[in-house]
Design a protein around this ligand. Structure first.
Ligand SMILES: C[S@@+](CC[C@H](N)C(=O)[O-])C[C@H]1O[C@@H](n2cnc3c(N)ncnc32)[C@H](O)[C@@H]1O
Length: 428
């Protein structure tokens, strides 16, 4: 496909997302199925343009004076990909599959592209109804913090130390520009691409198939390390999902002790079996999901319970930009309720005296973070917050933002997705 056709396709997909409230990945998949002639490079270019338009939806709409799909796609080309206006115009006139030519007004808006006078929610590309809560956490850094959450994310890998080390994986992926992550001692990074460039498919490499690494954001790696999971411990991961943190803890424990994996939704455990096998994580016990009675044998015995809580996902907006526009007050309330329930009803009974609960979210909203911890501590006076979190990872000094009961990682400061971590200890 020529580039005018790519823009036309991106407009079609953005329209589908908007009118049918569909997740972006599904809308893109559907488009691919009904346009089988499009090659994989074309699909990547369309996907990149759609995702960048969604990442910057508010600021593009402000600049273009419209939030229609066409304005978003053209605006993303200009303001995110940095194309010159003449170049965009040429793409439109040289390809019969391109959308209708630019109007006078569109041309003028693309030329000016001014955000002067725009409110913070527009400059930082986030839903305005979250203004107050986000300002509470970021204060004067609100706009730069949120703008960093609207940028593209790199591909981060976690080296599986049960099978490999960083040098071995770097060598295996030799043809790719792989670098060590700055904070996680087991992380590697491939920088985010630009424009229509295709991201490398690292999962096709033999080293992935052999279980030498997993794809995992550096923030998620750090959260797993901050739990302090240590060789020989009994650990329950009660929001195990696909097993990202289960596997990270199992490796940090050098395969010794046990990680018991459970999830409220047994379907979410779908991938974990294959991943555990590939990683040779012999200390992982998948105890199933859905039925809380399966947790009964662990009661009062766990050195550590990880609650990698269901949350709004505000910290992952770099990777799932459509989710930020779909988030509602109702769904946020539902997640807050799940978080409180997971901590009080599921996690607390499993911890032995002297044991810990690590509470993690991929959210930057205080009501899901410190707020959940406060609600828990109110009803559980036998638990207290561990203040020694950074001693486990001194490299995070100055990189993690202090929160009242834990710490916060953000793309602006740590270069990771947004993550909150708090560790509680059962003292009585
Ligand atoms: C953030 S995801 C887990 C991601 C996973 N730990 C990883 O690192 O790949 C949160 C998980 O919590 C589960 N969950 C939802 N409601 C829950 C509840 N009330 N109690 C426990 N887990 C819940 C969800 O099914 C989901 O798999």
């Amino acid at each position: 496909m020529r580039h005018g056709g790519i823009i036309a396709a991106a407009i079609e997909v953005l329209q589908d997302i908007e009118t049918r409230h569909r997740p972006a990945t599904l809308a893109l998949k559907d488009w691919g199925l009904s346009h089988r002639f499009a090659g994989s490079g074309d699909r990547t270019a369309i996907g990149n343009l759609v995702f960048d338009a969604l990442r910057h939806r508010s600021s593009i709409s402000w600049r273009m004076g419209s939030d229609q799909a066409r304005a978003l796609a053209i605006g993303a080309h200009r303001f995110v990909w940095g194309s010159e206006v003449d170049e965009i115009e040429r793409l439109f006139t040289s390809d019969p599959h391109a959308p209708a030519a630019l109007s006078e007004e569109e041309r003028a808006r693309l030329e000016i592209g001014d955000l002067a006078g725009a409110p913070p929610a527009v400059m930082g590309d986030y839903p305005a109804w979250l203004d107050r809560e986000l300002r509470d956490v970021f204060g004067d850094d609100l706009v730069p913090q949120m703008a960093a959450l609207a940028a593209r994310a790199p591909i981060d890998l976690r080296v599986n130390t049960l099978k490999a080390d960083r040098a071995k994986v770097i060598k295996a992926l030799g043809r790719l520009p792989v670098e060590e992550t700055p904070h996680s001692p087991v992380g590697l990074r491939i920088a985010a691409g630009e424009g229509a460039a295709r991201a490398p498919n690292v999962q096709a490499d033999m080293s992935f198939k052999k279980g030498w690494f997993e794809i995992q954001d550096e923030g998620s790696q750090l959260a797993a390390l901050l739990t302090g999971a240590t060789a020989g411990e009994q650990v329950a991961d009660i929001c195990a999902g696909g097993g990202g943190k289960t596997l990270a803890m199992a490796a940090a424990m050098q395969g010794k002790g046990q990680v018991h994996a459970w999830d409220a939704d047994r379907n979410r455990l779908g991938d974990i079996h294959e991943r555990v096998q590939r990683a040779a994580a012999r200390n992982v016990q998948i105890i199933g999901g859905g039925d809380a009675a399966l947790l009964a044998p662990l009661e009062g015995r766990m050195d550590l319970v990880l609650v990698d809580a269901p949350c709004s996902g505000t910290g992952t907006w770099r990777r799932r930009p459509d989710a930020k526009w779909r988030l509602t007050e109702k769904s946020l309330d539902d997640r807050r309720r799940d978080q409180r329930e997971a901590l009080a009803a599921l996690a607390a009974p499993l911890v032995r005296p002297g044991g810990r609960i690590a509470y993690v979210t991929c959210s930057v909203l205080p009501s899901e973070n410190d707020g959940a911890i406060e609600a828990f501590l109110e009803g559980h006076p036998g638990f207290g917050v561990r203040a020694d979190l950074l001693e486990r990872l001194p490299a995070l000094n100055g990189v993690a933002l202090p929160a009242r009961h834990g710490l916060l990682l953000t793309p602006l400061v740590a270069g990771t997705d947004g993550f909150y971590v708090s560790v509680l200890e059962r003292r009585a």
